[in-house]
Design a protein around this ligand. Structure first.
Ligand code: HAM
Length: 429
């Protein structure tokens, strides 16, 4: 027999982890609601061009990490699994004419993303993001609000030691001059550049600053900083974002080397790290402003800002601090057992009836003696056992309180109401 395993870089989320992820998604949904973001879904795959144009062709995400789908026919369009949500959301924004909606349009997406990355702890080929985007507001207040919403997520999730790193990476007015300086700098050190970075220097010099190659660390540290080259508009915007963050009490640290790894960013860029892990490549989340992206994907010019928080990394952080969610399944209110082990039909029918009334009920389907059935009911920490016996001929069942040890006869027609009342008085079910 072959032994099948989950693909490299993916993992099964067993119920305990899955319930922790659900808890995080619940916090995200609650925050999104409070901040006025509306949830939507976008496809898990798009035309490859959406990512190439949106994220940028000369980026790690597109060059190395895109999960391209093999076309089934010659003329088929090229598709790829989504490595992130922003490009797809903006594609949808343009496609559905959201420019005409009241601005800004606040949207959020929760779900798995796919990157063909080299797997390691905290870096997976399928991972979960909470993504939020505000499209149509040039900032700076919405920038601060976005940074704050992400920060609050970590607080509410229980990751207490999160640090916001903040930078401005300029715009079309000031970036060209900066890129010239940057290119000249790296050219003067060309001999020390790894092959990939040498090639990128011509195409996209900014990407050298977020290179994952350890050989680049020293060179990047002494490279010219975009912050020293900001135009008046960008410098003013950055100062105003900081002033808003100060005013609402969100702690942050300006990090002049922060440039992010995707091409669509302009002006505000930010990342969330656990304190002490800032230098590493394992950000808990990140985002920024993308004032050119809507136009790039075929819409009329429209500013935007957003973030994506990596939920897998939050789960890892919570694991490390021991703040995991409860792992056990909630006990059923009642288990339906029967004197006739073979009569699974009646047990299933009674359980089904109770569940239709909204009660959490398990039917004992193993064909064991009544005593053994009652044992598993107690083991499951059920509060009640519904015992089916000969009384059913007169329309009655026994209702046994497994905690109190008491038992009484209840008409089947009143069973759901009885159980619901008991559940309420026991804060149970
Ligand atoms: P990103 O920085 O590429 O930004 O990803 C955001 C977060 O997703 C990362 O900080 C990390 O926590 C998580 N993440 C990324 N790759 C992996 C992986 N292979 N395994 C586990 N977690 C991962 C974006 O995706 C942008 N779309 C954010 C954005 C939204 N900017 C504007 N709007």
């Amino acid at each position: 027999m072959p032994s099948f395993r989950a693909p490299r870089g993916t993992r099964d989320l067993l119920p305990e982890v899955s319930s922790s992820l659900n808890r995080l998604e619940g916090i995200a949904r609650s925050l999104a609601g409070r901040y006025g973001y509306r949830e939507m879904e976008i496809p898990m795959f798009e035309q490859t061009a959406v990512f190439e144009r949106g994220i940028g062709e000369v980026t790690d995400v597109v060059e190395k990490e895109l999960f391209r789908l093999a076309p089934r026919t010659e003329e088929a369009e090229a598709w790829a699994l989504r490595p992130e949500a922003t490009a797809g959301i903006v594609r949808a924004f343009v496609q559905h004419g959201m420019q005409t909606w009241p601005q800004p349009v606040r949207l959020t997406v929760l779900g798995p993303m796919f990157r063909y990355d080299r797997p390691q702890a905290g870096r997976y080929r399928q991972f979960w993001q909470w993504d939020a985007e505000a499209i149509g507001d040039p900032g700076p207040a919405v920038d601060a609000e976005m940074v704050e919403m992400g920060y609050r997520f970590y607080v509410e999730a229980g990751v207490s030691d999160v640090q916001v790193l903040l930078n401005s990476i300029g715009d079309g007015a000031c970036r060209p001059a900066y890129l010239e300086r940057l290119t000249a700098y790296f050219l003067s050190h060309e001999a020390g550049l790894p092959e990939l970075e040498r090639r990128r220097l011509e195409m996209n010099p900014l990407r050298l600053l977020d290179s994952k190659d350890p050989a680049m660390t020293a060179l990047v540290t002494t490279a010219p900083r975009i912050g020293d080259c900001l135009c008046e508009g960008c410098a003013g915007h950055f100062a105003a974002v900081r002033a808003h963050l100060d005013a609402i009490g969100v702690p942050y640290r300006v990090e002049p080397a922060l440039v992010r790894g995707l091409d669509y960013y302009t002006r505000t860029a930010f990342e969330y790290y656990r304190r002490g892990a800032e230098g590493q490549q394992q950000a808990l989340g990140g985002g920024g402003r993308y004032d050119g992206l809507v136009e790039l994907l075929g819409g009329r010019p429209m500013p935007g800002i957003g973030f994506a928080l990596g939920l897998d990394r939050v789960l890892l952080a919570l694991d490390e601090t021991g703040a995991t969610a409860e792992g056990v399944a909630p006990p059923p209110l009642a288990v339906v057992v029967g004197a006739d082990p073979a009569d699974t039909v009646t047990r299933l029918r009674v359980a089904s009836l109770l569940r239709a009334e909204g009660l959490s009920v398990r039917a004992e389907l193993a064909q064991r003696k009544l005593g053994r059935q009652l044992e598993t009911a107690s083991r499951d920490h059920a509060h009640f056992a519904v015992i089916i016996g000969d009384e059913l001929n007169e329309g009655h069942v026994q209702l046994k309180d497994l905690e109190a040890g008491t038992q009484r006869l209840v008409p089947l027609a009143e069973l759901a109401r009885e159980l619901a009342r008991a559940a309420k008085s026991h804060h149970h079910g």
